[in-house]
Design a protein around this ligand. Structure first.
Ligand code: FES
Ligand SMILES: [Fe+2]
Length: 420
C-alpha cells in the first residue's frame, strides 16, 4: 500500500485515485503491544463514573482489553480481566461480594487486586489460590471518576492533579461518557483545531456557540510544560480577546468556556471542562471527564449539540455537529496519506509530532513526557480566556494580525514564566 495518495490535478480523474494508503498505525493502534497502545498505557485513564458501580459489575472494553469493573460491598473498586481464569466465564455475570467478586460458574472468588480468595470445589489442601493471581489493574477514584493504570507495574506514574480541579468559585462534576465510533486520534485532533469553530459551529441551526466565535480569529499554537495550546485571538476596538485551549498528552483537552468575556464577564475564565478521549479499541472512543461551572450555576448536563449519534440521520445531515464531522473521517479511521494538510492544520501537525516523539521514546525504553514529572505537585494548565485592554489596532490588517499573535503568545509566555 502506498504511504500517500497524490492530490489529483485533472478534472474528472477519480479513476486515477483508487489506491488507499494504510492508516497511520504508529499513532492510531491502541491494543496491547502496539507502540501507541503502550504509550497510552503509561498514564492514568478514566474508565467509568464512580456512580455506575453499584450492586452489579460492569463490563468494559479499554484499549482493546475486555475488563470487568465492580465495587465490592466493602466499597473497594476492582478492575479485572473479564474472563475467569478457571474456565473463562465472564465476570460481568459475577456476584459482587463482601470482599471481591465471585464467578457465577464454580464460585471462585477474586479480590480487587487479583488475589484468588477462594476456590470452592477444590480439595482443602489445594495451593492453587496461594500461587496464582487473576489479572487486575490498579484503580483510583477521584471526584466521581474511576481511573485505571494499565501500564507496566514498575512504571506507574503519580496520579496527576491539574490546577483546574480546584478552582475557587467553580464546582466540578464528573460528566457521563459519550461513545464516538471512530479512532481516538481524530477525536483528539479536534482539540487543536480552532478553525472549525468558524465553520462547523456557525452552520445555520447549530447551537451552543456565540456569534463572536464564528468570526475568524488569529490562530497560533505553542508547546507548554503541560503539552501544547492553541491560541485564538480576536479584536474588539482597543481590546483583544485571547482564548487559550490545552492539549495535555496523551489524550486530555481543556477548552475555555466558548463565551465572549468582552460581552459577558470581565474576569479571566477558566475552562468549563477537562476531557479525556479514552480509546475503547481502534475504532471506538469514549469521551469522559469533568464539567465545571461557576458557583450558583448548574454544570452542563448531557452531551451537548452534535456531540453524539443520538439525532436522526437526516438531522445530522442537515445540521452536522462535531460528532458527524469527526466520526465520518474515512469512516472512523483517518488515512493520513489521503489528507492535504493546509495552513490551519499547524496544530494538528504539532500534536501528531508531539505524540510520535513520545510514542517513540516509550518504544526506545525512555519515559514519555508526563506533566506531573515536569511540574510536580498540582499541574499548571493554560486554558482560559481573557481580555487584554489598551491595544489599539496596527496600521494594516497584516500588521494587526501579527500584533494580535504577539499579544496572544505573550499571555502564554507570561503564564509559563510565572507558573500560574
Ligand atoms: S469458570 Fe469461573 S469458577 Fe469456573
Ligand atoms: Fe467543535
Amino acid at each position: 500500500m502506498p504511504d500517500r495518495a497524490p492530490f489529483l490535478n485533472t478534472a474528472y480523474s477519480a479513476y486515477h485515485h483508487r489506491e488507499r494508503p494504510a492508516d497511520d498505525e504508529e499513532l492510531t493502534r491502541v491494543g496491547p503491544g502496539t507502540p501507541c497502545g503502550e504509550y497510552l498505557r503509561r498514564f492514568w485513564q478514566p474508565v467509568i463514573l464512580s456512580d455506575e458501580l453499584r450492586d452489579l459489575p460492569r463490563r468494559l472494553r479499554i484499549m482493546g482489553e475486555d475488563l470487568v469493573a465492580f465495587r465490592d460491598r466493602s466499597g473497594a473498586v476492582g478492575l479485572l480481566e473479564l474472563h475467569c481464569p478457571h474456565r473463562g466465564t465472564s465476570l460481568e455475570f459475577g456476584l459482587v461480594s463482601d470482599k471481591g467478586i465471585r464467578c457465577c460458574y464454580h464460585g471462585w472468588l477474586f479480590d480487587v487486586d487479583g488475589t484468588i480468595l477462594e476456590t470452592p470445589g477444590e480439595p482443602a489442601d489445594s495451593t492453587l489460590k496461594d500461587r496464582l493471581f487473576h489479572g487486575a489493574y490498579p484503580v483510583r477514584e477521584y471526584q466521581g471518576l474511576v481511573f485505571a493504570y494499565m501500564g507496566p507495574p514498575e512504571k506507574q506514574p503519580d496520579f496527576p492533579v491539574f490546577d483546574t480541579y480546584d478552582l475557587p468559585g467553580y464546582r466540578m462534576v464528573a460528566r457521563a461518557p459519550t461513545l464516538w465510533e471512530c479512532n481516538w486520534l481524530q477525536v483528539k485532533e479536534n482539540s487543536m483545531d480552532p478553525a472549525h469553530l468558524a465553520f462547523l459551529h456557525t452552520l445555520p441551526g447549530s447551537q451552543g456557540f456565540t456569534e463572536d466565535l464564528g468570526a475568524l480569529g488569529e490562530w497560533d499554537w505553542m508547546e507548554t510544560p503541560a503539552g501544547m495550546v492553541y491560541i485564538d485571538t480576536r479584536r474588539q476596538g482597543d481590546r483583544v480577546w485571547v482564548r487559550v485551549a490545552d492539549f495535555i498528552p496523551p489524550n486530555i483537552h481543556q477548552f475555555p468556556p466558548n463565551a465572549d468575556p468582552m460581552a459577558k464577564r470581565t474576569v479571566i475564565n477558566r475552562p468549563a471542562a477537562t476531557t479525556w478521549a479514552v480509546p475503547l479499541d481502534d475504532t471506538h472512543t469514549m469521551q469522559i471527564g469533568y464539567y465545571r461551572a461557576p458557583e450558583g450555576h448548574q454544570p452542563r448536563r448531557g452531551a451537548g449539540f452534535g456531540q453524539d449519534a443520538s439525532r436522526t440521520y437526516e438531522d445530522r445531515q442537515r445540521v452536522p455537529g462535531d460528532y458527524d464531522a469527526q466520526v465520518s473521517i474515512h469512516d472512523g479511521m483517518a488515512r493520513h496519506g489521503l489528507e492535504h494538510l493546509a495552513s490551519t492544520d499547524r496544530g494538528v501537525t504539532m500534536m501528531r509530532s508531539l505524540l510520535r516523539r513520545n510514542i517513540r521514546a516509550v518504544q526506545e525504553g525512555t519515559d514519555p513526557t508526563h506533566p506531573s514529572r515536569v511540574n510536580g505537585g498540582t499541574i499548571v494548565t493554560y486554558a482560559h480566556d481573557r481580555v487584554v485592554s489598551g491595544i489599539p489596532p496596527a496600521a494594516t490588517p497584516e500588521e494587526d494580525g501579527r500584533l494580535l499573535r504577539e499579544v496572544a503568545r505573550s499571555v502564554v509566555v507570561e503564564m509559563i514564566r510565572t507558573g500560574s
